[in-house]
Design a binder for this molecule. Structure first.
Ligand code: PLP
Ligand code: COI
Length: 355
C-alpha cells in the first residue's frame, strides 16, 4: 500500500520483515540491511519524487554507464538512538553538501537538499525499529548515486538513481589498527577526484591494500602522489598524529576527503585546549618521532571508523609500535564526539539533528 510520508516522499511498505533474524547484540559493519530503501530516479533532466520501497535488487540495463565508466558516488552517515529512544543524526547537511560536491566532479546531477533530507527522514521513520539501541552500535546510512542511463558512448549518462540503504552496524574495525605507509601506489592525484566520495577511489585502493593485508596490516596510509613524502589519509578515514602533546592532521586538498569527523575532532580538541596543528606532515617526521619516543599516538577518524587508534605502522620494511597510553587523546576525543552523537552530552556546536 502506498502512503505519503510528506509532500515529497511516497512509502510502499514491505509485507514481511527480516528484523527477527537480526542479532542486534552482535552486529558487524554494513552487512545486513533494513526492510526498506529509498529510490529516486533522475530522468528527462529532473529528479522524480523519492520513494521508500521494500529493500531488494535493482534492475539495470547491461549498458548502464555505471558498469562501464564508473559514474558513482556515495556518502556515509549514521543515526543514533539515545536512552529515550529518540533518533539523532550528526551534521547531515554536511553529508548532503559533500554528496553534491562529489556529484559535480563526476558530472552527476546534484540532488536537492529536500529530496535528500525528506527521503532520509521518511526512510528512517519507516525502519525506526531497525536503529540499534545499544551504545557502540548505530544505523549506518549509505546514500549513493549512480548512472543508470545506458550507452557505450563515453559521456555522462542521462539517467541516474539516488538511493539510500540502511545497515544496522557495530564497529568497522575489530581491534586496533596496524597501518602501512604507502611509498609506491597513490590513492589520488592533483586535479583528480580524491576529494570526492567516488566509488572508483575505493576500487583503486583495493589492490595496494590487499598487498598490505598480506603483510599483516589493516589499512594503507596514503602519501602524496608526487613525492610520497607527506602523510595524506587512510583508506576509509582521515589521520591524526600526536607528537608530544600536539595533535597534527594534514590539510585537506583536492586529493583528500574533507572528513566530517575530522573537522569535528579539530573543533572538539581545540575546545579541550589540546594544541592542534593543521599542517603538512612528513613521513620522515613521523618516523623520527617514533624513533625518539615523541610519537605518542596515531588514530583514524571517520563515520564508519569513529576514532580508531593505530597500534603501529610499517614503513620501508620496518615496523614501528606505538605506546599504550592510559589517557589517550583518541579515547578522550572519541568519548566527546560519541556523547554528542548519542545525545549524552550538551552539543555546544549545534551538530546534532533530531529526527
Ligand atoms: N577519508 C576517506 C577516504 C573516507 O572514505 C572517509 C569516510 O567517509 C573519511 C576520510 C572520513 O570522512 P567522514 O568523517 O566524513 O566520514
Ligand atoms: C564512512 O566512514 O562512512 C565511509 O564511507 C568509509 C567507508 C569506506 C566504509
Amino acid at each position: 500500500m502506498e502512503t505519503t510520508a510528506n509532500n515529497l516522499v511516497t512509502v510502499e511498505k514491505s509485507k514481511t520483515s527480516k528484523i527477527d533474524q537480526v542479532d542486534f547484540d552482535n552486529l558487524s559493519f554494513g552487512s545486513i540491511y533494513s526492510d526498506h530503501m529509498l529510490v529516486c530516479d533522475y530522468k528527462n533532466g529532473a529528479w522524480e519524487n523519492p520513494k521508500v520501497v521494500p529493500y531488494g535488487p535493482v534492475s539495470l540495463d547491461p549498458s548502464a554507464k555505471i558498469f562501464h565508466y564508473g559514474q558513482s558516488i556515495f556518502e556515509g552517515m549514521k543515526a543514533y538512538k539515545d536512552s529515550e529512544e529518540s533518533t539523532w543524526l550528526f551534521r547531515p547537511l554536511d553529508n548532503h553538501k559533500r554528496l553534491n560536491i562529489s556529484a559535480k566532479r563526476l558530472a552527476i546531477p546534484e540532488i536537492p537538499e529536500d529530496y535528500f533530507m525528506e527521503g532520509l527522514k521518511a526512510l528512517l521513520k519507516v525502519d525506526d525499529q531497525w536503529i540499534p539501541k545499544n551504545e557502540g552500535s548505530s544505523m549506518y546510512i549509505r546514500p549513493f548515486i549512480f548512472a543508470s542511463g545506458q550507452g557505450f558512448h563515453a559521456s555522462p549518462a542521462n539517467e541516474y538513481k539516488f538511493m539510500i540503504c540502511l545497515a544496522p552496524s557495530g564497529s568497522y574495525f575489530s581491534g586496533k589498527v596496524k597501518v602501512l605507509i604507502e611509498e609506491k601506489y597513490s590513492r589520488s592525484a592533483n586535479g583528480g577526484v580524491g576529494y570526492a566520495k567516488a566509488g572508483g577511489n575505493y576500487a583503486g585502493q583495493f589492490y595496494p591494500t590487499q598487498l598490505a593485508v598480506e603483510k599483516g596490516y589493516n589499512q594503507v596510509i596514503w602519501t602524496d602522489d608526487n613525492t610520497h613524502e607527506y602523510i595524506e589519509e587512510a583508506g576509509a578515514m582521515n589521520i591524526f598524529v600526536r607528537i608530544n602533546d600536539t595533535l597534527i592532521t594534514g590539510p585537506t586538498s583536492d586529493r583528500i576527503l574533507d572528513g566530517i569527523t575530522r573537522k569535528s575532532i579539530i573543533e572538539i580538541a581545540k575546545e579541550e585546549k589540546i594544541a592542534v596543528e593543521v599542517r603538512k606532515l612528513t613521513v620522515a617526521e613521523v618516523v623520527a618521532a617514533a624513533k625518539d619516543g615523541s610519537l605518542k599516538e596515531m588514530f583514524g577518524a571517520g563515520t564508519a571508523a569513529v576514532i580508531s587508534p593505530i597500534s603501529g605502522f610499517g614503513f620501508k620494511e620496518t615496523d614501528y609500535d606505538l605506546p599504550e597510553l592510559e589517557e589517550s587523546y583518541a579515547s578522550l576525543l572519541k568519548k566527546r564526539i560519541t556523547d554528542i552523537q548519542y545525545n549524552k552530552a550538551e552539543d555546544k556546536f549545534g551538530w546534532r539533528y533530531k529526527l
